[in-house]
Ligand binder design. Structure first.
Ligand code: SF4
Ligand code: SF4
Length: 119
């Protein structure tokens, strides 16, 4: 299955509804840390460019729902980011090493990180 079909299936979103107005990216609080803008992620998924799986954007996304609220086409990018993370996680690769994590992190941060970043 190609990446567009997988993202559509996992997110339940219609990516073709996006008309690239950029309102999602303009309101995203994490965009300064992202190597791809949220609206660019949609373009790459539609193009079937699996190179986007190497981008930090889905991992930097704070799941704040701001983009979906601002979108005039009701595209929920939060779900799309989650779908992209799932595609990567289902490769069963770990993206953090517990033994290398800083000591004395809040427990909730450790639990959240292991959910998001381990296979
Ligand atoms: S706000 Fe919606 S329509 Fe506009 S670029 Fe973002 S996802 Fe696409
Ligand atoms: S859910 Fe993610 S992509 Fe959307 S505005 Fe929040 S941080 Fe940005």
């Amino acid at each position: 299955m190609d990446i567009l079909s997988r993202v559509e299936e996992l997110s339940g979103e219609n990516l073709y509804a996006c008309y690239q107005c950029g309102k999602c990216s303009a309101g995203c609080p994490m965009v300064g840390e992202m190597d791809l803008l949220p609206n660019q992620v949609i373009v790459l998924v539609i193009r079937g460019d699996e190179g986007l799986l190497e981008a930090n954007t889905p991992w930097v996304c704070a799941q704040c729902y701001q983009c979906g609220v601002r979108c005039p086409k009701e595209v929920d990018i939060t779900k799309i980011m989650e779908a992209i993370r799932l595609i990567t996680l289902r490769k069963n690769e770990d993206h953090i090493r517990l033994e290398k994590m800083r000591k004395n992190l809040p427990q909730i941060a450790v639990v959240s990180a292991t959910r998001k970043y381990t296979g």
